[in-house]
Design a protein around this ligand. Structure first.
Ligand SMILES: Cc1cc2nc3c(=O)[nH]c(=O)nc-3n(C[C@H](O)[C@H](O)[C@H](O)COP(=O)(O)O)c2cc1C
Length: 323
């Protein structure tokens, strides 16, 4: 599951893990300097059930990134990933994210510095190109330079980033997907682990990618339809795969986590907002979302709201079944 700011936070990951036991999960991007100077526990804390778990860092200062990577590894993250794909202007002003694709030697320096400080894999998430640098040779040149610094895993969002004129959201939709560049990269650099990302919303589409590259990273569809990720997890690792719990059982399984978080001062909405897609493509989806959206943000809302949402969804389903 892809790193997604405001979405793939620890509550989301805790919940997704109950559906997808083996899938590698990524944190939201955390700025390296914040890790080094900020409130570490708040930025890096997670529940052990979230493993395997990769920490995504943003930055371009090799020394700062190396320190942050080390702190992340000491917290037990299984992988440290560098964000070279985010096109937001805020990120460009700080010279990190996608604009770093134009500076492969700096990214190589960052990766080398991070690798020197951690034993876990250091990986890079990038785009196929930026602005007019959108030809295959540009991607290959970037990857070769960074691979020479010891990075052997690249997650490639198969769209270029347009650095001015498009918002981050538009940059996830407007530049066309060009998977063939990622496939060619894998064909020409078979020793590297190449993971494709972008626009994968069906099981068949993901399975086709698995024939060409080493893996697929899923963002929005995993978030809005978490049972999609559950099904991919089962197909990726068929041995020992078990049926994911149905929504009502899943909400029941979340109870201890929700109650301990509420007791620690968290608000129900911070957790419940990630559950909105639980009934996606099922009867009762709208009733479930309505109860969560209306009741979870209220002051003092507790676990009972989730039970009420399940009852509403299952009631709507029963009504529908009764004709
Ligand atoms: C709400 C949101 C936040 C995102 N935040 C990040 C981020 O922090 N770091 C990152 O590398 N990509 C981020 N992305 C991009 C995703 O990781 C992914 O590359 C993109 O959504 C394309 O994959 P998809 O089509 O499967 O969603 C974000 C995407 C969304 C929708």
């Amino acid at each position: 599951m892809a790193p997604m700011m405001d979405w793939s936070d620890r509550h989301c990951r805790h919940f997704v893990r109950l559906l997808a036991p083996r899938t590698l999960l990524y944190t939201e991007m955390v700025v390296a300097e914040a890790v080094v100077r900020g409130r570490r526990e708040r930025l890096l804390g997670y529940d052990p059930s979230e493993h395997p778990l990769a920490l995504q860092l943003g930055g371009s200062d090799p020394a700062m990134l190396a320190l942050a990577a080390r702190i992340g590894a000491d917290h037990g993250y299984d992988e440290i990933n560098l964000n070279v794909g985010c096109p937001s202007e805020r990120v460009q002003n700080a010279t990190f994210g996608a604009c770093l694709m134009a500076r492969p030697s700096l990214v190589a320096e960052c990766v080398a510095a991070m690798r020197a400080r951690v034993a876990v894999p250091v990986t890079v998430k990038c785009r196929i190109g930026i602005d007019d640098d959108d030809h295959y040779e540009f991607l290959l040149g970037f990857v070769d330079a960074v691979a020479a610094a010891g990075c052997d895993t690249f997650i490639v969002h198969a769209r270029k980033a347009v650095l001015s004129g498009l918002s981050p959201r538009e940059n996830r939709e407007i530049p066309p997907l060009r998977y063939e560049l990622v496939w060619r990269l894998k064909a020409e650099r078979p020793a590297l682990t190449i993971v494709v990302n972008g626009g994968l919303t069906t099981i068949e589409a993901v399975e086709r990618q698995w024939q060409r590259v080493d893996g697929a990273m899923i963002g929005r569809e995993a978030y809005h339809h978490p049972y999609f990720l559950a099904e991919l997890d089962r197909r990726a690792w068929p041995e020992g795969a078990v049926e994911p719990p149905p929504p009502a059982a899943l909400v029941a399984a979340l109870r201890p986590y929700v109650e301990s978080q509420l007791a620690a001062g968290e608000r129900l909405h911070a957790i419940a907002r990630h559950l909105l897609g639980l009934y996606a493509y099922r009867p009762g989806a709208r009733a479930f979302r309505r109860v969560i959206s209306e009741l979870a943000p209220r002051a003092g809302a507790g676990y009972a709201v989730l039970e009420a949402a399940v009852r509403a969804a299952e009631g709507a389903e029963a009504l529908r079944a009764a004709g």
